[in-house]
Design a protein around this ligand. Sequence first.
Ligand SMILES: Cc1cc2nc3c(=O)[nH]c(=O)nc-3n(C[C@H](O)[C@H](O)[C@H](O)COP(=O)(O)OP(=O)(O)OC[C@H]3O[C@@H](n4cnc5c(N)ncnc54)[C@H](O)[C@@H]3O)c2cc1C
Length: 463
Amino acid sequence: MQAAAIATLSAKVHGRVIDPECSEYDVARKVYNGMIDRYPAAIVYCANVVDVTAAVNFARQERLAVAIRSGGHNGAGFGVCDHGLVLDLSAMKSVTVDPARRTVRVGPGCTQGDVDQATHAFGLAVPAGIVSTTGIAGLTLGGGHGYLTRKYGLTIDNLIEADVVLSNGTFVTANASRHEDLFWALRGGGGNFGVVTGYVYQGHPVSTVYAGPIFWDAKDARLVMQWYREFLMRAPLELCPFLGLKTVPSADPFPKEHWGKKVCALICCYSGPLEHAEEVVKPIRQELPPPILDWIGPMPFPAIQSLFDPLLPTGLQWYWKGDFVKELTDKAIDKHLEFAAQAPSKLSLMHLYPIDGAVHHVRPNETAWSFRDATWSMVIAGIDPDPAKAESLRTWAKRYWEAVHPYTLGGAYINFMMDEGVDRIKATYQGNYDRLLEIKRKYDPTNFFRVNQNIVQTDARSG
Ligand SMILES: Cc1cc2nc3c(=O)[nH]c(=O)nc-3n(C[C@H](O)[C@H](O)[C@H](O)COP(=O)(O)OP(=O)(O)OC[C@H]3O[C@@H](n4cnc5c(N)ncnc54)[C@H](O)[C@@H]3O)c2cc1C
């Protein structure tokens, strides 16, 4: 991009514009996933809605692709692109809680932790993700699941309203009675429809929870997985136990004698009345072999939400693939155990997040997010700090995914996908894809917003 064009954009926005000539460029083009290495024409740090509108209009006039970056956590790295303009919204942080209505207005630059901290002060929480550094913006538009999902639904099921800057630069508010079609599409359709500059959520009374991890040695993994698939059906919806096949981190506070051991984990969060908590988790403690570590106990909700942050700093190499799972069959468990045993690094993992309960109370065509009958959202993630391991992370995650894919529902949570092509996106939206296409044509007829899990008729990309 010409210096004159950069100067024009700089004059129009309050935030800084960083181009390849700036010393900050190499830092500014980075996203959370260290595997992503892209060179945008410029990065504009939007300070407010006016900046977003100016940047959208500028990119359209200059025929630049636009990458929207809020938390920058997207695995496929859609928060940055080659040659185009990155709209960085990280400075647009604000959280306003209305304790009477239990509603929460959030700016797109907020992380999960920003929202948790602010709502916790009022004894509330918004159902969303489980790692505090994740951007609430991208997480919401993909669907959003976490510890409160079984009880209160996906993040999109708690989205009341969204403010959006469209590709033609106009500003609209979408909710149940205004731009209903756009509101429908935003709830699961990702960043396809515009730049969301404000979100309003329904909060719920959640404060101190009974939560934490419990690990069993890998020799007990089959038994734990078989038990877990039955237990989930009888567990109260206030309890979210997600299952992981992992390795004990070689770091404090994990006991040294367990460092590097392969384990099967249940990471639990019970958000119901504390006096019932011990009783609710009792089956986990009584019906299974003795664990090597049991750290479940009372803690403030933001504490469980940030428990894994130190293990997952920005810049690690990530390659992940997902699928929705209805049943965890013995044959699928065989494959899980086979591939988990071959994990290429200590951070690599497989997680099964429950998406039953309240998620099933919404019909598949009520929002863009169609897999309302799945029991779990599965992710297989190859993770390591060392770029030299990138290929082995990718190979392991792909081979693992190929082995278990036949035992899944076929589509995946779009926020657990790399850039995998249109067939995978269609498989994810199932019967909702055609309506998404219609709404895309109405609100973004030129496919201006295409750096995402793109809703298009055809797509030559594959990953
Ligand atoms: C460590 C980690 C933990 C995670 N845990 C969970 C979890 O518990 N639950 C869960 O559901 N997901 C989880 N995720 C996945 C997460 O939802 C996605 O990575 C999501 O894309 C992150 O959003 P972001 O704003 O940080 O991403 P970004 O990289 O900033 O944005 C990703 C894409 O989202 C769209 N987008 C972002 N902001 C906007 C906006 N304001 N307007 C329009 N489009 C926008 C754009 O298409 C953009 O390219 C996790 C990810 C990581 C890395």
